[in-house]
Design a protein around this ligand. Structure first.
Ligand SMILES: [Zn+2]
Length: 390
């Protein structure tokens, strides 16, 4: 039996009064889906009519199933080479879930591009750190801020649907760009509706796909790293854990990707941000509230970053974006939560940081012991329930 393939159809455009979509019909197992990236009509000139973006978007599915990819449009030669000869074989060797496959396409090289330096604006620690480090004096001063409509499973904005949230986020980026003199671009896409994949496994691939779709604008893209390079691991369920591998291999003849901030831990970045006054008004790590609202102060991301700010004695600088008085009122419980929350690598760093502090209140330590016991009891209870069922 011949090997199964995914067809990436010829690219075409659909335009309405406001937006232009760059589309490709993707055929997987006899099912057709139209993937698209959408820009405002005035920005549609930046679309790059190549298979690059679509290939990157479907790469995790193709690797998971071990299907070859056949492109019916041109692809950048450098990207094609890097994926076929490095990224795919490495991920196949190092993971259980990614299989051998190849990409077939007719190849081309440089795109005519505006050569802009761009990064995405989310208000998070990593994003603000990238913006801080790439001001006018830097080697790559940022000209464009972008926002991609990539829905994420861990973002659950209360009382809001995804589309509405995207538009609200765009308004905030607009305001930031106006205040600090940046250009901006917003890109919508239906990747999430068409490709049913767990978001954390594909977030890097999808971010890169969006950038590749606008290569006529971008010459340098600064992808904000969520962890330090030394925390690298090929964990197929967390694509950000191996950004250091994927990101440089996504560059083309016209577009270079850098993994910005990979030289620092999140804690080190926060320390530097406390000297960057723009962060006092714009820091927004929250997973529960939109960019246009104050951080909630009680989700795991808020509590992690607030605990770090407490450690450095810098909470009061962030009164505009957090309810600091409320946080301080329950300081011991809040710190205790950050101590016991050691699920992710970044959480563990903050827990260790707090435990190393000489000023950690005894009450916080006491609460953390209660919480740990409660968590342990809950786990035992769950396991008992599981045993009863079996
Ligand atoms: Zn929050």
């Amino acid at each position: 039996m011949s090997k199964k393939v995914i067809d990436v159809g010829k690219i075409y455009f659909i335009k309405d009064n406001n937006n232009t979509k760059m589309c490709s019909d993707i055929k997987i197992d006899n099912r057709h889906n139209t993937l698209w990236f959408s820009l405002k009509n005035e920005d549609a000139k930046y679309f790059c009519e190549r298979a690059d973006a679509f290939v990157m978007a479907i790469l995790p599915i193709a690797m998971t199933r071990g299907y070859d990819v056949i492109c019916h449009d041109l692809m950048s030669k450098k990207l094609h080479y890097q994926l076929n000869h490095y990224l795919i074989p490495i991920l196949n060797d190092e993971t259980e879930i990614y299989n051998k496959m190849s990409i077939y396409a007719d190849l081309t090289d440089k795109v005519e591009t505006e050569n802009a330096v761009m990064t995405s604006f989310t208000g998070g620690v990593d994003s603000l750190y990238t913006i801080m480090k790439h001001g006018k004096e830097s080697d790559f001063p940022i000209k464009y801020l972008c926002l991609f409509n990539l829905k994420s499973y861990y973002m659950y904005i209360e009382k809001r649907d995804e589309k509405e949230n995207f538009y609200k986020q765009c308004e905030r980026v607009e305001e930031f760009a106006r205040q600090y003199n940046y250009e901006k671009i917003y890109l919508d896409t239906n990747l999430d509706e068409c490709l049913s994949e767990y978001f954390s496994t594909v977030v890097t691939f999808r971010n890169i796909a969006c950038v590749l779709s606008i290569q006529k604008l971008v010459g340098t893209y600064l992808l904000s790293s969520s962890r330090k390079a030394t925390q690298f691991e090929i964990d197929p369920y967390i694509s950000e854990a191996f950004d250091l591998l994927i990101v440089p291999l996504a560059s083309t003849e016209s577009l270079t990707f850098y993994l910005s901030g990979a030289e620092k831990t999140r804690i080190e970045k926060i320390k530097e941000l406390t000297e960057y006054d723009i962060s006092y008004k714009w820091l927004h790590p929250c997973a529960r509230r939109g960019l246009d609202e104050k951080n909630c102060g009680h989700c795991s991301k808020c509590l992690r970053d607030l605990a770090t700010l407490w450690y450095f004695g810098e909470l009061d600088k962030y009164k505009e974006v957090f309810d600091i008085d409320k946080y301080k009122k329950n300081l011991n419980q809040n710190l205790a939560y950050a101590i016991v929350n050691t699920k992710g690598i970044l959480d563990k760093d903050v827990s260790d940081l707090l435990l190393s502090s000489k000023s950690l209140p005894d009450e916080a330590k006491k609460y953390s012991k209660y919480f740990k016991t409660a968590i342990k009891n809950l786990e035992e209870y769950k396991n008992d329930k599981k045993d009863d069922k079996e």
